[in-house]
Design a protein around this ligand. Structure first.
Ligand SMILES: Nc1nc2c(ncn2[C@@H]2O[C@@H]3COP(=O)(O)O[C@H]4[C@@H](O)[C@H](n5cnc6c(=O)[nH]c(N)nc65)O[C@@H]4COP(=O)(O)O[C@H]3[C@H]2O)c(=O)[nH]1
Length: 531
């Protein structure tokens, strides 16, 4: 069957590819997620450490101003200048202390500046009453471009190296702005790096307190202390820098995901190949006649007479007998069930046609899988079987397993059709699947085979055996006869008979056995069994 083979190969390849790719995609997703959260964490921690250093500077500025306020009456006196020098030496970030009035530096810890150094138009006051001038070039220290902060009321202030707050940040990857809230909005105090976010951004987020944000191609975080010193810090980086982190993460998880992919790929393809090889094995086994039927007697409980047999399929493979519960689902899912059912018809006719023709009423029960009911041509195949037996349909019962039964109009019509051919139809393993009594009303079943799981509760468990008896009564009301399966104890048989069940099978009467033995032990005319 080359078409099935090609389709099978394609399916194995497809499922194998999915199994291989799934862990890889999961790995990429995990790496990306990790890279994004690492980037966010870095932005957040950078913003908060910049803010912390800026606040420390603010604190140092306030301490200096407080010390110098003692000289408010003579701000550029020798004593005031001396105090300025001491403060400049005392605090880490402060380069010099200053006295500013009307936008001019009149004196500083360096000297009295005459003429005074003009700073330009006065910037806005912040909420603590300070003014700040960023990137000022002072004539006495032209290399430095300090940030000047001065108390608007007293005029005392400091020059400081704002770049100190950006220590350790890569200027090629990140842009940082420290800003303060002034009466008219926000004002930037210091900025750092190539990607400095614009003022509009600072304004936009100045109303909030902190958080991550996306602005065009940039992602960032801002942190602020608006309730206290009115300072804020924004850190941004291009959104695509996450890719650099992603590669790092990918390299880390790749060996594991690759390993997972290979293992899952091998497992899945092996499983599928095994299934396929089982399907091929099944076809080969049919050709090589590895299947045979066992027959289990069905008794009239009252007369103890064997009135029929259930044909049960077996597969002998490499000397080992495989049970139908294992190979029937495989045959169904691998598209060889029809072949297998035809093999059952052939084997049954070979084994039993003679003995059935010799008897008048002995019947044979044959199992059909749910799959058999869905494939067109079942009635035609059953007609061929009757020809092979040389018998009419009323000498056969067809058992349809409840769990594999497809409840639709097609099944209903099919059951009517096979009953027209004379076959009796039984629902097998009733109560183990999802069906209920509505099935018995909708379909024209002649028999209900009461599952062994129900039968074994009789005489053991009063509550559940009551349920079984209830089930039997309901079936009778619906005109469906009951056959009990798996009867192992005579007490069960007695109780079943009391409840009106006249047919049974089970180890009490006989285990499934090969045709020759079955005919020898159970098909002697007028020889009731003694149990
Ligand atoms: N513990 C215990 N077990 C008992 C007793 N009496 C009978 N059994 C077992 O119960 C099962 C009865 O068959 P089923 O309900 O039709 O259930 C069958 C039937 O659904 C399916 N099957 C068997 N042969 C065929 C076949 O030719 N075609 C299809 N489609 N299905 C089959 O496989 C199922 C299992 O068959 P088996 O393994 O032969 O198992 C058989 C039989 O050996 C008992 O007293 N005690």
């Amino acid at each position: 069957m080359p078409r099935i083979n090609n389709a099978g190969n394609l399916l194995i390849l497809l499922v194998g590819a999915i199994a291989f790719l799934a862990p890889l995609f999961a790995g990429i997703w995990y790496a990306r997620d990790n890279a994004i959260s690492q980037q966010r964490e870095y932005l957040q921690s950078t913003a908060s450490s910049v803010l912390a250093r800026a606040l420390q500077i603010g604190g140092q500025h306030r301490a200096v101003v407080e010390q110098l306020s003692a000289f408010i009456d003579a701000p550029c006196s020798d004593n005031a200048l001396r105090a300025m020098r001491i403060s400049a030496l005392s605090y880490r970030y402060i380069q010099s202390a200053l006295y500013i009035r009307d936008g001019q530096v009149l004196c500083s810890s360096i000297d009295v500046h005459d003429p005074p150094f003009f700073l330009g138009s006065a910037p806005g006051r912040n909420l603590q009453g300070t003014r700040a001038w960023a990137d000022i070039t002072l004539p006495w220290a032209p290399q430095a471009q300090p940030l000047l902060i001065a108390q608007a009321d007293t005029g005392f202030g400091v020059a400081l190296d704002a770049d100190e707050v950006f220590f350790g940040i890569d200027p090629t990857q990140f842009g940082v702005v420290v800003f303060e809230r002034v009466e008219s909005g926000t004002q930037r105090l210091a900025e750092f790096g190539h990607l400095v976010p614009n003022q509009a951004l600072a304004d936009e987020i100045s109303g909030r307190t902190s958080g991550a944000f996306v602005a065009g191609d940039l992602v960032g975080h801002f942190d602020s202390d608006f309730n206290d010193f009115t300072l804020g810090a924004i850190v941004v980086t291009p959104a695509n820098t996450v890719n650099a982190g992603l590669w790092g993460q990918l390299l880390r998880v790749f060996p594991f995901t690759l390993f997972g992919s290979v293992v899952i790929f091998l497992l899945v393809t092996r499983l599928l190949s095994r299934r396929r090889s089982i399907s091929k094995d099944l076809q080969m086994a049919i050709r090589q006649h590895e299947f045979y039927l066992d027959y289990q007697p069905i008794l009239d409980i009252e007369t103890q007479r064997c009135i029929g047999a259930e044909a049960l399929l077996r597969w002998r493979r490499n000397g080992e007998v495989i049970a139908p519960d294992i190979f029937i689902p495989l045959a169904e899912s691998n598209g060889v069930m029809t072949l297998l059912t035809d093999e059952v018809f052939r084997l049954a006719a070979r084994d039993m046609s003679k003995v059935m023709q010799d008897s008048e009423d002995f019947y044979l029960s044959i199992n059909l899988s749910g799959h058999d009911l869905t494939v067109p041509g079942l009635t035609e195949r059953l007609r061929h079987m009757l020809e092979a037996f040389g018998l009419a349909g009323d000498r056969f019962m067809l058992e349809v397993t409840e769990s594999s039964f497809v409840d639709n109009e097609h099944s209903r019509e099919l059951i009517r059709e096979v009953r027209r051919l004379g076959f009796k139809v039984a629902i097998d393993d009733f109560g183990t699947g999802f069906s209920n009594f509505a099935y018995l009303q909708r379909y024209e079943f002649d028999f209900l085979k009461l599952d062994r799981l129900f039968v074994e509760t009789i005489s053991v468990d009063d509550v559940r055996s009551n349920l079984v008896f209830h089930l039997i009564e309901l079936a009778e009301k619906l005109n469906v006869q009951v056959i009990a399966e798996g009867v192992e104890e005579s007490e069960q048989a007695v109780k079943l008979l009391e409840k009106g069940v006249s047919r049974a099978q089970g180890w009490l009467y006989g285990r499934p056995c090969r045709a020759r033995r079955f005919i020898r032990d159970f098909c002697k005319p007028a020889a009731p069994l003694t149990v």
